[in-house]
Write a protein of this length. Sequence first.
Length: 204
Amino acid sequence: MGTAFRGSPLALTVLALLHYKPLHPYGIQRLIKDWGKDLVVNVEQRTSLYRTIDRLAEAGLVAVLDTERDHAYPERTVYEVTDAGREAAREWLVDLLTVPKREFPQFPAALSHLLLLSPEEIPDLLERRRTAVTASVAELQTALTGQAEGGLHRAGLLELEYLHAVAVAEERWLAGLIDDLRSGRLTWSPADFADPQADPEGQR
């Protein structure tokens, strides 16, 4: 009897790769990296992948097909996607494509507390980020060009296209913000954010 399972990008990726063929966890991890899926799902910790597979199995979305035994490797359990897993993967995919999710990336969180710093010190900090983003734009463009020249269908490159477009937009936005800060078009002082409802007498 399967248990309820809440979908995640990593779980969807595991199910999607098992649509390709039955695999053991190491094979799943290798394909994630070989196919560039590690750009869009976090598999830095192998334990998170194994935990996800275990939960998919408990939910009846994947099942053990076989156990590989080879003297050169530890025993490996091979999994296959079940019919329920195929249905769940489709439902998760449709939901992720159509319904924007509230996500909480780190950079906007940092921007929300920018007033802890002075306007004068921020441009150099943002310039360091812009340099990193520019490098990312170049890397993504190289990957896109290489994959396309290698004959990979555009449908297999859409996540790279999206990441490239987002990086290009961030690079452009950072350049404008840095220019506004350095030119003085954007500046502030603590007085600009004083609480207009505060009682002056109570703050003495």
